[in-house]
Design a protein around this ligand. Structure first.
Ligand SMILES: NC(=O)C1=CN([C@@H]2O[C@H](COP(=O)(O)OP(=O)(O)OC[C@H]3O[C@@H](n4cnc5c(N)ncnc54)[C@H](OP(=O)(O)O)[C@@H]3O)[C@@H](O)[C@H]2O)C=CC1
Ligand SMILES: O=C(CO)COP(=O)(O)O
Length: 333
């Protein structure tokens, strides 16, 4: 049996990248970890903790080599995991060419869209770097980095077009406290993951405005139908949206105090401006960017999406959260 460690590149220095490294490090791996910040990289090399995110997580120097030059991080790896918010991934990978990706399986852990052209990250990777579709996968499922840090039992779903690569990636991400399973609905999973962030913003906004659990339950059930309408219109396929990669991820993001999107929405509902909410939160709420992409995409599809539209109006058209949610109230059942 081949006992060589699996060689993996992880791109991103935030909470999800740190949590993924913790999961992977439970297995027989050799990780090259790229982060942009030189001071953070030096701190990790010296003290074996990420100073900015999940700083309780120990980074094993035996398994993880930290790099700030992305080409170094890509050298010799079999798998590349992308975990930088979608708005910054093009910038992070800009020194690379298709040659750097040759032969590698690329896995997006990003739950957002490329804002410049409203593209899914997996499609963008294929277009930009020529990675074949059967070498691309996504990491999905209801899983907050903070709970991974605490080793709380969690579940991930690995989506890919080809079941073989999803199975192999699921094996790498299964450990004492995480169970990962493959699923062959890469686009459905990816769009659902993008959209649940928008819904979590709506949950946060309404919570901030003083709406209660009764309203929230109706909001989330209507949201599930809204996600289904959109995903079925964009990528029709028989899929069971009650699975944990869809409904489970919507629930955890809509209700968990760890959610970046819910927290951002809550600040908006409490009267913060977008700039002050962004300044208050160190972390990135993907839904802020995604709602613009989905709104623009929906010009083509014309799907009824009252929740997404309300969030868009509040975040991009200066609509009052009170008035917008008052209007939404009448559209839910
Ligand atoms: N956190 C979670 O529980 C989960 C997150 N995800 C997804 O993972 C992705 C990453 O999110 P997450 O780790 O939470 O984000 P964080 O907010 O924790 O970290 C953001 C990361 O982005 C980097 N960054 C910020 N601005 C730029 C820039 N202009 N150029 C390059 N890098 C930049 C930050 O670097 P620096 O520190 O140097 O500023 C940091 O490494 C998102 O798509 C998210 O939806 C998915 C599942 C769970
Ligand atoms: O996707 C997530 C949990 O599954 C993380 O969501 P937030 O970015 O809102 O924290």
């Amino acid at each position: 049996m081949d006992n060589q460690p699996v060689r993996i590149t992880v791109v991103g220095g935030g909470s999800w990248a740190t949590a993924i490294i913790k999961i992977l490090s439970e297995n027989n791996v050799n990780i090259r970890w790229w982060l942009r910040n030189e001071a953070d990289a030096n701190h990790i090399k010296k003290f074996h903790h990420n100073p900015g995110y999940l700083s309780d997580v120990r980074i094993s120097p035996r398994k993880v080599r930290v790099c700030t030059r992305i080409r170094d991080a890509f050298r010799q790896s079999e798998y590349v995991i992308l975990a930088v918010p979608a708005a910054f991934i093009a910038d992070a990978l800009s020194p690379l060419t298709a040659k750097d990706f040759a032969g590698k399986c690329v896995i997006s852990a990003i739950k957002g869209m490329i804002p410049d052209n409203n593209q899914l990250v997996t499609d963008w990777v294929t277009d930009q770097y020529g990675v074949p579709a059967d070498h691309v996968a996504v990491i999905a499922g209801p899983c907050h980095a903070e709970e991974v840090a605490l080793e709380k039992q969690s579940y991930l779903t690995i989506g890919s077009a080809g079941p073989d690569s999803a199975g192999a990636v699921a094996g790498l991400l299964t450990c004492r406290f995480v169970q990962a399973s493959p699923l062959d609905d890469i686009y459905g999973i990816e769009y659902s993951a993008v959209m649940k962030n928008i819904i979590a913003l709506a949950c946060g906004i309404t919570h901030g405005l003083g709406y209660g659990d009764n309203f929230q339950a109706v909001l989330v059930s209507n949201a599930m139908q809204e996600i289904k309408r959109f995903v079925d219109a964009v990528y029709p396929k028989h899929r069971d949206l009650s699975g944990s990669a869809y409904l489970g991820d919507l629930l955890v993001t809509a209700y968990s105090p760890f959610s970046r999107n819910r927290t951002f929405g809550n600040l908006i509902g409490r009267g913060y401006t977008i700039q002050s909410a962004q300044a208050e939160m160190k972390m990135i709420a993907e839904g802020y960017y995604a709602v613009k992409s989905i709104h623009e995409m929906n010009r083509q599809y014309g799907v009824s999406m009252p929740i997404t539209e309300a969030v868009y109006q509040i975040l991009y058209e200066g609509a009052s959260p009170v008035a917008e949610m008052n209007e939404l109230k009448g559209k839910l059942k």
